[in-house]
Design a protein around this ligand. Sequence first.
Ligand SMILES: [Zn+2]
Length: 324
Amino acid sequence: MRHKLYLIIFMTFISLNYSHAQSLPPGFVPPALNPKGATLKIEPLSENVYALMSSKPPVDNAGFIVGEEGVLVIDAHINGMMAQQIIDAVRSVTNKPILYLVNTNGHADHTFGNYAFPKETKIITQKFTKIMMSPDMDERKSSNLGMIAGDRSVYKEVRKRMPDLTFNNYMEIDLGDITVELHHFGGGNTFGDTVVYVPSLKTAWTGNLILGEGSLPFLLIGNAKQYIETLNSFQKSLVDLEMIIPGHGLKTTSDIFDRYIDYLETLERAVTDAHNNNLTLEQSLNNISLEERFTIPVNLSSTNFYKGLHPFNVQKIYLEKKTN
Ligand SMILES: [Zn+2]
């Protein structure tokens, strides 16, 4: 039942996009994800697990796991050229087939590289992510121009390629000598956020659900309470987790849960108070400033995005409470 309701809300949401100017608070800029000039650096985490870290954060990271039977890749990046960098990275360490590709969410920057993978590669997503990928490609390219600063050449060659397999909450993939777990703990940044976990290495790829050291959550779909529940369930389920490879930004550790949950609880309380005191949106945006302990480190790239992120989150929660 809850899932059904969720789906209805979700279907309403996919027609919306955060690039629509009138729905944005002053100062918000989308993350700068144009991949031009970005390279993916191979970082071995063990003899068969590799992180692919973007040289130009917040441009997307990725990764891959090499098992006896073949390879599983995490995220396809934003176009065929970037996807080719991932494939080349895999080929630099193994000739084994790329059996699986997991998209951690349905955004363009995680899925637009899908078409560049071999046709025998099975693409796997959470079921809400598949819905998110279903609109017409021209429509998706147009509504995702903000994050590439309107540079249409980035999407020029991109063709639609949908998932072959979906899962609901959990899927386990046995690559022979190494097991990979796919988890959906609930909505966060998107409705279908997926965590790819390698238990033997206590390492997780978190997509947009956790954005890396020093970051804060991006409430693109709103609902701070849901995000908190998702993070709690994530933390409780993967108690051994140590290292996090985020979809964007710097590597981090499970210590970041405290920061994310503290921020979301503080935000939820502040906006609830503002709402109960009948503050307008403008007043709320002015009153609810970012508390000092959540300051974004100055050395973190994507400074402009992070400057506008907190007001974006405030507005999202405020408007949600108003309509409820
Ligand atoms: Zn992303």
